[in-house]
Design a protein around this ligand. Sequence first.
Ligand SMILES: Cc1ncc(C[n+]2csc(CCOP(=O)(O)OP(=O)(O)O)c2C)c(N)n1
Ligand SMILES: CC(=O)[C@@H](O)[C@H](O)COP(=O)(O)O
Ligand SMILES: [Mg+2]
Length: 644
Amino acid sequence: MTNRPSTPFLDSIAGPADLRRMNMTALANLADDLRAEVISAVSETGGHLGSSLGVVELTVAIHAVFDTPRDKLIFDVGHQCYPHKVLTGRRDRIRTLRQEGGLSGFTKRSESEYDPFGAAHSSTSISAALGFTVGRDLGMPTGDAIAVIGDGSISAGMAYEAMNNAGSEGRRLFVILNDNEMSIAPPVGAMSKYLSGLYASPLGDLHKMAEGFESVLPGPIRDHARRARQLVTGMQSGNTGTLFESLGFSYIGPIDGHDMSQLLPVLRAAKTRATGPVLIHVCTKKGKGYAPAEQSADKYHGVAKFNVASGEQAKSRPNAPSYTKIFGTALTVEAQHDPRIVAVTAAMPNGTGVDIMGQRFGSRVFDVGMAEQHGVTFAAGMAASGLKPFCAIYSTFLQRGYDQIVHDVALQNLPVRFAIDRAGLVGADGPTHAGSFDIGYLAALPNMVVMAAGDELELMHMVRTAAAYDEGPIAFRYPRGEGVGLDLPERGEIIEIGKGRIVQQGSDVAILSFGAHLDECRKAARALETQGVSVTIADARFAKPLDRALIRQLLRHHKALVTVEQGAQGGFGAMVLHDLANDGLLDGRCQVRTMTLPDRYIDHAAPDVMYAEAGLTAVDIAATAMQAANIGLRKVQSRVVDQG
Ligand SMILES: Cc1ncc(C[n+]2csc(CCOP(=O)(O)OP(=O)(O)O)c2C)c(N)n1
Ligand SMILES: CC(=O)[C@@H](O)[C@H](O)COP(=O)(O)O
Ligand SMILES: [Mg+2]
């Protein structure tokens, strides 16, 4: 166990109710202890450190002023909730964060009454908070609702939808904008510039304060605020105030989100006076109070385990480059060959690897901010203009832009290329981030071509194939993490649309893999072969259009055909069943089984543990093949385990 910090103030409290009896100095001391505890805990678990450090004082102040859990505190994304979890009865488990059986890395309703709403996908907090205010006003047993949303997350369309509605509803609602001038990368967009302008003036910290709040503020802050507001209002003659006020919110701020002498009176004033929606603009530093984080370009947004003294992170020693890196490099090669190739990311240039292309072709890479819906249709417009857009969005986040894929891309048959990273189970981020559904939701769409890379070489082929394919929309998926360590060429080959490939030829059972579980299928085949079972492995490559000839060939020549995919029911296996059933080929001569993720959500753990929980290991695949072919289940399990 690494040495734990001394945290006397934190040790002295049992929960948020204790904070309401503490004075400002004690609360500031508590915040210092809380920061030390979070740094210590995350050094042992890894996780979203930077965001959590930025809201330590804010979290203490909110719990000190509001009556949580009756008042509902809703964090947007929830990656910054570690201080909140320590304060709300989970300090004893904080070092299980993001580990099998441990605390979630995000807020989660089933984890605590202090987590009234789950998160992880951004920009949902204001909508949820507004929902709680309606509940309150219609007599449900709930108090105030406070949404804490970051400057990155508030740039998403859903946040505006919610503010627009909140402004017209006029209900008492608190939105705290946590503005640290960072998303995962530095923020982009006009909103980011606008927010910077709100506190860039020389009028000191509190140059903008909503009318009516000054009267309940303590002396020095009140006078300073009144003077500042009068100055700003005078300067902006004719302009009633901020964007938020135009949306029907009272606006307070910007205030220093690390200064308890500002946070406490402002939150108390807002709580005392608010009769409608209030937005409190709080300026913070991502990574605050931990030098390695503050000095890092990404502010330690997502870290591995690390040494507290040095900040040095535990380096994973992958045996191969990540799929992400291979994608980014292959895309850059294609961009060299074709000036029409452009790339779109939704605030994740590094996570998707398009930053690699950006280093060479910066003017052809577009970061639209946390705005997947816009990003998809933006790419559709690019395609309609004759460009070749690669829209690189994680599988789970692409869900945010589904109607745009249907309505703006597939229906118009526009050649948008979807590079879908984090396909399948992703590990510590858990079920909110699992890339489970893209196969089904894309293969259902007429005009859509749906591919999945069986390994990193296949990914290179698919990037080149997508670059060359201009007949309509095309998508290719690949998992989080590294490939199997293949030697890779300079550039991939173009593969024939709708054609799969035989990986090895056998005769008893056939395993038809779609995507990167191909390696697990190889392990299953090896185990089966030691038991005298002859196995064909085929890589489908396409869920749409299917390689119907290959599937019929497998069906004709084997006792069993097992499909395997890193996706939910209703995906690749379902497409195969549709095809066979409609040709009357499911006559039992060859038994067909489809292996998918189960119809439930898999809790966070290491990916291999999650796939075991999902029933998708090599042992599971081998056993399914044996059962389907009605071949006695000999000691398959032991062989697979022995081979590892
Ligand atoms: C819909 C969606 N897209 C992308 C992400 C990935 N993501 C997680 S946090 C983050 C940046 C959040 O920035 P901000 O809201 O400013 O919070 P901060 O990290 O600065 O505290 C992004 C892009 C997400 N969680 N949800
Ligand atoms: C909080 C959030 O949604 C992102 O930070 C996400 O955790 C990134 O996932 P990767 O670590 O797979 O890039
Ligand atoms: Mg931010």
